[in-house]
Design a binder for this molecule. Structure first.
Ligand code: SF4
Ligand code: SF4
Ligand code: FES
Length: 244
């Protein structure tokens, strides 16, 4: 027999003066292979058209549906109701600007991180349109690709203790971004230049290392390895510079 599921959902419209946050209960009959994407759309279509949440791809690709599901940051489109208890609480990801209900603005946060970490190849070589593609060792290309897989969902940030108390902390997603460029031989930044970007309490030295980010990344980016790689490199650089 199909379960009657209860979803306790955070409601708040920050743009409406006097509006106060509250939790609202909704009830849905479970269907086979039902995901939270299906549940939330059903609720919006059949029970409350004002319910706000974000989805684009429904396939763990776009990164827009990150939320706290019973306290754990994850992608709603990837979450099957069969893996949830009868009662589930849905909250928006913390850290990011709340737009309304379960919808947060991860875009501004990630754009800011791109600027802070200077997420582009730093190379003064003159552009040569006839040049062949730079060749790269397969193993190295795969390591860079691993970091590139980040879908900017914000789950590693929402569950990070440091990011929740330090608004300028770049978090595991930011460190992963830096690792991607550190690994790339086409980026000519020196270790000292990277230290200026990430060698601080808002960067790698603000990380307390409990690895909630690694546990919460829904697409399995090896964040533990990325944090270790950047920490080691920056600790050695700081020591050489007499800063750590
Ligand atoms: S290991 Fe570091 S980056 Fe990851 S959740 Fe903990 S403090 Fe945040
Ligand atoms: S590293 Fe993982 S959890 Fe963090 S933003 Fe990227 S995909 Fe999401
Ligand atoms: S809707 Fe795109 S990741 Fe969930």
């Amino acid at each position: 027999m199909a379960r009657e599921l209860t979803f306790r959902i955070f409601r708040y419209n920050p743009d409406e003066p006097g509006n106060k946050p509250f939790l609202q209960d909704f009830h849905v009959t479970e269907e086979p292979r039902m995901t939270l994407f299906v549940v939330l759309n059903k609720l919006r279509e059949e029970q409350d058209p004002s319910l706000r949440f974000d989805f684009v791809c429904r396939a763990a690709i776009c990164g827009s549906c990150g939320m706290l599901v019973n306290g754990r940051p994850t992608l709603a489109c990837k979450t099957l109701t069969k893996d949830l208890p009868q009662e589930t609480t849905l909250m928006p990801l913390p850290v990011f600007k709340l737009l309304g209900d379960l919808s947060v603005d991860t875009g501004v946060w990630f754009r800011d991180i791109s600027l802070k970490t200077e997420s582009w190849i730093h190379n003064d070589d003159p552009f040569d349109e006839q040049a062949q593609e730079a060749r790269m060792d397969n193993e190295l290309a795969l390591r860079i690709y691993e970091a590139e897989r980040c879908i900017e969902c914000g789950c590693c940030i929402g569950g990070c203790a440091t990011a929740n108390i330090k608004p300028n902390f770049i978090g595991a997603a930011g460190v992963n971004r830096v690792a991607r460029f550190m690994l790339d031989p086409r980026d000519k930044r020196t270790d000292q230049e990277y230290f200026e970007v990430v060698g601080s309490e808002d960067g790698i030295f603000g990380c307390i290392g409990l690895m909630a980010c690694d546990d919460n990344c829904p697409i399995g980016i090896p964040l533990r390895d990325q944090l270790t790689y950047v920490r080691r490199k920056m600790a050695a650089t700081g020591w050489r510079m007499g800063k750590k």
